[in-house]
Write a protein that binds this ligand. Structure first.
Ligand code: NAI
Ligand code: MG
Length: 340
């Protein structure tokens, strides 16, 4: 039995979370959820805080959480709960595997990228000021040597353990010489400790162009917070969109699993969001919990669903609802579990 903190989130969050739980139940893993609904705007309304301390305590205690997206007010209001959570729990590595599902029609056949996004510093450090008199806004992109080293080590280790060949560090050290220059310097130093892996580095704007023209030439990408945020949505676009790409926030002792996408207010409440990204995220969580067979069963059922191409959601060319997709997938998962 695994105790897991569950944050369904808002927008499409509760819909895709319900769908994911249906699939997890079919996989037969015993999960005991500690559920928190009042986070983000709902937390503000109920407790006057977007991220109640009880949520952090629960995640620290259980060491694992599954999280739906949480809406952040734009340009004003409370700080992003998603960013706060990563910083308060020191979840320094954001891992986002972008791999095409068979059957999905995308511009490239053989994209299989993993983005390692530094998750606690850079332009998301939260060091921001506004000088009313001079009308000047500052946001500090703080990068530390230690912060760079740990995400780089994490990426190289992950690449080695998972049989990957190639790591690319992405930066903007030609212009932003101090902060991303430090990251690049540490990347080059770290690469020398991994002679078994190919290493190169790219300036972020060029990288964006390379990724839309020749994505198959890249394998693992490690980068600072903002660049990782942007490039992971770009890479999601290469493999079928935000509806299908999972993610994990990993620290030394705690992990919070969440998809790349946000709360999708444009489709929230319609029951048509794609739960695939969160279901793949849950499969990553199962691997983390040592439940490899269940994770593989879910991943195999997903591949089968996409090859067959029926009962998919609208974002990937189908016309099914979130829950229809989940129930059909759950049937496949349960029958595969029966065979195993
Ligand atoms: P978004 O990722 O929510 O949506 C971008 C586009 O992708 C929309 O057209 C949406 O309908 C579509 N989309 C996203 N997930 C989908 C899914 N599962 N199935 C089908 N279509 C999907 O990004 P947006 O609109 O920029 O942000 C909305 C809100 O989400 C903002 O408040 C933002 O701060 C928050 N956000 C939260 C994140 C988190 O909780 N980790 C991550 C990213 C954004
Ligand atoms: Mg993002």
């Amino acid at each position: 039995m695994h105790r897991v903190t569950l944050l369904p989130g808002d927008g499409i969050g509760p819909e895709i979370t319900a769908a994911t739980i249906v699939v997890l139940e079919a996989a037969g893993v015993e999960l005991q959820w500690e559920r928190f609904e009042a986070v983000g705007l709902a937390g503000m309304e109920r407790y006057g805080r977007p991220l109640p301390e009880a949520v952090l305590d629960s995640i620290r205690m259980n060491r694992v959480a599954l999280k739906g997206p949480i809406t952040t007010p734009v340009g004003k209001g409370f700080r992003s709960v998603n960013v706060s959570l990563r910083q308060k729990l020191d979840l320094f590595a954001n891992v986002r595997p972008c791999r095409k599902l068979p059957g999905l029609r995308t511009p490239f056949e053989d994209v299989d990228l993993v983005i390692f996004r530094e998750n606690t510093e850079g332009l998301y450090s939260g060091i921001e000021t506004y000088d009313e008199r001079l009308e000047i806004a500052d946001s500090t992109a703080r990068i530390t040597r230690r912060g760079s080293q740990r995400i780089l080590r994490f990426a190289f280790e992950w690449a080695r353990v998972n049989g990957r060949r190639h790591v690319t560090a992405v930066h903007k050290a030609n212009v932003v010489k101090m902060s991303t220059g430090l990251f690049l310097k540490e990347a080059i130093a770290m690469a020398s400790a991994y002679p078994d892996l190919d290493f190169d580095h790219r300036i972020v704007d060029n990288m964006a162009m390379q990724l839309v023209q020749r994505p198959a030439e890249y394998d693992c990408i490690v980068t600072t917070n903002l660049f990782g945020d942007i490039l992971s949505d770009l890479c999601a676009g290469l493999v079928g969109g935000l509806g299908v790409v999972p993610g994990a926030n990993i620290g030394d002792s705690v992990a919070v699993f969440e998809a790349v996408h946000g709360s999708a207010p444009d489709i929230a409440g319609q029951g048509t969001a794609n739960p695939t990204a969160l279901i793949r995220t849950a499969a990553m969580m199962l691997r983390h919990l040592g439940e490899r067979t269940a994770a593989e069963t879910i991943e195999a059922a997903l591949r089968q669903a996409y090859v067959e191409g029926c009962w998919l959601t609208p974002d990937v060319g189908g016309s099914s609802t979130t829950m229809d997709f989940a129930h059909r997938l759950a049937e496949r998962v349960a029958s595969k579990q029966g065979e195993a």
